[in-house]
Design a protein around this ligand. Structure first.
Ligand SMILES: NC(=O)c1ccc[n+]([C@@H]2O[C@H](COP(=O)([O-])OP(=O)(O)OC[C@H]3O[C@@H](n4cnc5c(N)ncnc54)[C@H](OP(=O)(O)O)[C@@H]3O)[C@@H](O)[C@H]2O)c1
Length: 234
């Protein structure tokens, strides 16, 4: 789909904007000419990454007051926040569950109309090995459920993207495979494509109130490594 600038007139709060997917969310929003505010615990890092092209609000995902200030005046929230340590303030319980739930509550209170969330494949499976890391998938599932419940009950819209393993690289290079019902076990996708899906959810009606899994259509599997020897000098 080719969209020109001016497709979405609202202001978007990006949470987890300094992360690898979040940076792409900001980039793609700016590509479409959409006004961006980022919420980060590290103003310096956010400024180094985005300079003056976005508004920066500093705060902690543990603080409802900080979040309330960040969401005020925004029409949508896109979150790519994610835990990075087993325990403490960046743990799955603090970030993927409680942080996201707090964000949902404050966004709904502030009149935000759309909420896009990066979740993960496998969130409905308690027995998934990734749950050895602080029950991360179960925490993400709890946050998803909260978002669906709160936003549906208020007739607001949400989009939950459950990607496979994340890779770096440019967007729009791969055909994507989309499913619902959490039936996929593996697969990869570029962070930039996850970001693009979240950004498009702002204006694509069919994206509203959907939860779906997404990976690249076809794995780029090497059937032989013999060609590597062609690269060596004679
Ligand atoms: N890695 C995978 O293969 C994979 C697969 C499926 C789904 N996911 C999910 O996809 C999302 C994006 O992944 P990613 O690899 O792009 O993430 P990432 O680069 O690790 O970025 C995570 C973001 O969360 C923020 N964050 C972490 N702890 C925080 C805290 N206590 N308070 C405030 N912000 C905090 C980080 O802020 P700072 O920059 O300040 O640290 C960063 O902006 C995550 O939810 C991840 O769980 C990942």
């Amino acid at each position: 789909m080719i969209k020109s600038k001016g497709v979405y007139a609202g202001k978007v709060l990006v949470v987890g904007a300094t992360g690898r997917t979040g940076q792409w969310v900001v980039k793609r929003l700016l590509h479409y000419g959409i006004a961006v505010r980022v919420f980060s615990r590290q103003a310096d890092k956010a400024f180094t990454l985005f300079g003056g092209s976005v508004e920066i609000v500093t705060g902690r995902i543990q603080s409802s007051e900080d979040i309330a200030l960040a969401v005020r005046g925004c029409d949508a929230v896109l979150s790519a926040i994610g835990s990075s340590s087993y325990s403490g303030e960046s743990s799955p319980a603090d970030v993927d569950r409680d942080g996201v739930k707090r964000l949902v509550d404050e966004a709904a209170k502030a009149g935000v109309r759309h909420f896009g969330l990066v979740s993960s494949l496998g969130v409905t499976r308690w027995y998934h090995p990734l749950n050895l890391f602080g029950a991360v998938l179960l925490k993400k599932w709890e946050a998803e459920e909260h978002l669906r419940q709160v936003f549906s009950s208020l007739a607001l819209s949400f989009t939950i993207v459950r990607p496979g393993g994340l890779k770096n690289g440019e967007p729009l290079l791969h055909k994507l495979h989309v499913e619902s019902g959490d039936r996929l076990w593996s697969g990869w996708i570029n962070r930039s494509d996850v970001a693009e899906l979240l950004v498009c959810s702002l204006w694509v009606e069919k994206a509203k109130n959907k939860t779906f899994e997404v990976i690249n259509e076809r794995e780029e599997v090497q059937s032989t490594l013999e060609r590597c020897y062609d690269l060596l000098p004679e």
